[in-house]
Design a protein around this ligand. Sequence first.
Ligand code: PMM
Length: 295
Amino acid sequence: MKAPRGLPAELAAVDRCLVMGVVNVTPDSFSDGGDHFDVESAVAHGMALTREGADLVDVGGESTRPGAARVTSAEEARRVLPVVRELAAAGLVVSVDTMRSEVAEAALDAGAGLVNDVSGGAADPAMAKLVASAGVPYVAMHWRGHSAGMDALADYRDVVAEVVAELQQRLDALVAAGVDPQTVVLDPGLGFAKRPEHSWAVLARLDALLALGRPVLVGASRKGFLGTLLADGAGQPRPTAMREDATTAVTALAAAAGAWAVRVHQVAASADAVRVAARLRGSASPAGGPCGVPS
Ligand code: PMM
């Protein structure tokens, strides 16, 4: 099994796909914006996700839904830091979902153990240096530009080849800036500068991402490509709250394909699904690792 370097030992030893629970401290995220916008309810939500089986929680303070405007760094820090501090003090493994090195640095000081950067270091040139010196696991997602304009960037001739090549370029840039490649987790960025057919294409080829030699995180939870698939007879996308069963199906399939972790809003069903996938992988290939890059 392949886990990124720097992961707490209790998680590095887990022999299956991990479940990352989402704690969005935002008023405007696409599926749960405003649900946990004060510290108390965000902390309670993180604790509840952990009781449901989350292996780690991902705390974010800036919505990345298509078209979203940016918040200031100060506002982002104000939202996430108290939540990170309390959840880390309670013993949870906390990841901070941010594109800003100053927010990431403050969150690491507050007890976060991972950095999840949807821009893979492209939004803030100082991020690579921070991650290099901190030595923590770093999720680098495939990203082509900020949310306000990303739909216009969903232009591909061969989406799988281009996502793989662009992630390889990001990885090379991070390593050139001093980041230990063993700390890096890659993420295809489902729904980010991708139309539904693009998200399905990359999801169908996780093996091509895993061939880059790094663990892969998949964030499909409640996303628009699931809503489009499950549209009603009039072509109306399935509402976000009713995409949970499809999210669980993706969790099972991604885990069976060797994903290192899935990032989900509701944890319980995915926590079961990753165990089913691990059992299946163990039975299909007793000599191989149940999770990580193909053995
Ligand atoms: N998706 C969202 C936010 N952060 N991070 C990673 N690594 N991968 C993702 O796919 C991802 C992410 C958007 O979902 P949200 O607004 O519900 O958090």
